[in-house]
Design a protein around this ligand. Sequence first.
Ligand code: ARG
Length: 454
Amino acid sequence: MSEKLWGGRFSKGMADVVEKFTESVSYDCRLFPQDIRGSIAHAKMLGKQGIIPAEDSAKIVKGLEAIYARWEKGEVVFDTSAEDVHMNAEKMLFAEIGAAAGRLHTARSRNDQVCTDVRLYMMDEIDAIAGLIDDFCKVIVDAADRYKDAVLPGYTHMQHAQPVLLGHYFMAYCCMLERDKARFIDCRKRVAVLPLGSGALAGTTFPIDRDFVARELGFDSVSENSLDSVADRDFISEFLSAASILMIHLSRFAEETVIWNTSEFGFVTLDDSVTTGSSIMPQKKNPDVAELVRGKSARVIADLMSLLTLQKGLPMTYNRDLQEDKEPLFDAVDTVKLSLSAFALMLDTAVYNVDIMYKKAGESYSTATDLADALVRAGLPFRSAHAQVGALVAYCVDKGKEFDDLTEEEIKKYAPDAPDGVKEMLTVEASVAARKAKGGTAPVNVKNSVEKRK
Ligand code: ARG
């Protein structure tokens, strides 16, 4: 037991299976850079405050920097018998500088250390994810610009509803992703609060300078309550909520891409570089990126559920259960980042088949609302207009006609108040152009929306 840094009171070694069961270094080794950064700031502060001798503080900092340099070269080997990343780093420090290493853990516990590391990690990853969302939005805005004149059948209930611009459709996802980014940025405010200095749970007896440590590490402030600091993981729940909501947006976009990529729709052709073949059917080209984004949204939701369930019923303050917070977090970070990157590439290389969309956009009486609106402008109450146009649609269905096949006389038979030249109002171009009110699909609105982002 003398092997363990906490082995003092133990007379018997840990059983192998327990060592295997309790270790976390196999995955929390990912926090190594943050653990070293945190320790360097802590050691500097201990020296500055005269809590440990200045020479030891300097020795510790140098030692940690040397270990970190070795890690960067890929030369650090983690040892599961040393339990977690924190114990591994401390052990390495002992090997590096000897006895002075024993002063590093003054005025600190792994309980405040671990959430300091996790928070540092999350601050970096939130910045990275925000950058990837920006990149993704750039691709969306480019696509909206590229296809600014293309008309798409807009759907409700998966039925043709009203024509919309393809650019309007793209910008809808841009709006969603901007809110996703805002959620991450807002979450970051609550992540960037330093827990170090809370000790195991009750605070510390030493005259530490937490504000100094916060500044050194890039935290915005220091936590107010030591119990709260070591007990709560709400900032991870919040991050995973933001991640889940983002993945749901991506999943819906992906689902549409899968549908639009079918031969039945034919709205989009995906590039070879983002599709895969079948091992048996030589003709196949599958939209696997879109399918996997859809599929991986399930993992991220599971990560959130896992973290919420983990905390439910935990008494104050730190409990070892909380060690299980890391894998869902890491999994969500990896999944979100890869999904954003792969989806952006798929979208950037996709070719939207605007002729097919255009043809479909004019089918199934998609401009019926425009006719009703024209009747309203002629003085009819909307409900009466709706009834007249409904009867006209029933006539068309019966005769197997589209609006395009109708003469103005046929229209006026059902809608006597229809203005002259009414057929002009029933084209998809006119329908789209007429929706100029704020937020509508008119070209001017889509253009403004695109320009604003550019
Ligand atoms: N590996 C632990 C975790 O991730 C670090 C904190 C351990 N604290 C303790 N008192 N055993 O939660």
